[in-house]
Design a protein around this ligand. Sequence first.
Ligand SMILES: *[C@@H]1O[C@H](CO)[C@@H](O)[C@H](O)[C@H]1NC(C)=O
Ligand SMILES: *[C@@H]1O[C@H](CO)[C@@H](O)[C@H](O)[C@H]1NC(C)=O
Length: 312
Amino acid sequence: MMYQSAALALLASMMPMASAHYFFDKLVVNGKASPDFIRANTRPIAYMPTKWINTFDNTTPDSTDFRCNVGATNVGAKNTAKVNAGDELAMTLGVGAKMEHPGPAQVYMSKAPTTAGAYDGSGDWFKIHQETMVNPGADPKTVAWSTWSKDRVTFTIPAGVPDGEYLVRAEHIGLHGAHGGQAEFYYGCAQVSVSGGNGSLPTADLVKIPGVYKKADPEVNFSVWSGPKTYPVNGPGPKLATFGTASVGGSEPVDAPVATPVSGTAPVSSPVSSPAPQTGSGSGNGNGEAHNAENCKGGKKTRRHARDISKN
Ligand SMILES: *[C@@H]1O[C@H](CO)[C@@H](O)[C@H](O)[C@H]1NC(C)=O
Ligand SMILES: *[C@@H]1O[C@H](CO)[C@@H](O)[C@H](O)[C@H]1NC(C)=O
């Protein structure tokens, strides 16, 4: 009996760690989630994050494997998803996890020279989706972020993305330990084949991975610990990409390709669908309140985890 309850207590104390860590293991296309389009990582524990210090496996944001995760840079997924430009997709977290570390989420794409399956991600990447702090007055350790407690990053393949095969890299950054240089990066790549795009590849705001982030970037060197605050409006990395109008036949005025301001500012009409505030559960406020009770727990959890990590 004693043994059993001790074991249960131990298990309970480990659970939050597991559910607060995560990895992307499915791509949702037309409402159907499949692991076939995601490159699996080969970490001993799939949900561990990448960091600059106190790493779990010597991979850092400066490593080549920062593209698609450990072991997934040169190994293709089982399959490549056929999608249309303008489609809403999502990448979901494995083992029932939710994003219960505070921080932003972003989605990048990079066009494969041949097939997505054969591509190592060494080319240019552009950002197609950004979620940051939507409730700057709320708890920056929890509900201030649009990602808080979600099990997926939902995004739209912009209408302007030209046809071809791409890697799509979704990422969430846990900032609970970021004040001490220990931002945690969770990310993975899906393979897609895009048709119906009506623009051309972006020529600005392109990045390489690794190289997209620096330790000193204010978006990754950020403290969630001292009360409400604001977060840099573009989010980590480059601005959202804009797509050239490759074949604007005719008179239709082009009301689109303006860089979409990230959360916080009123969205302009743009092919890049913008983040959480409008999707799903309406305003961040209602959402935030609904989650408040359980967030006490979330807050503690995060704190305990941050402490655990700073001991390392
Ligand atoms: C992170 O920010 C703190 C406080 O502003 C600063 O002291 C520290 O040098 C920064 N770290 C890096 C790596 O730039
Ligand atoms: C591209 O397609 C989108 C969505 O169908 C449309 O809103 C936009 O006007 C189109 N742009 C051009 C240049 O054709």
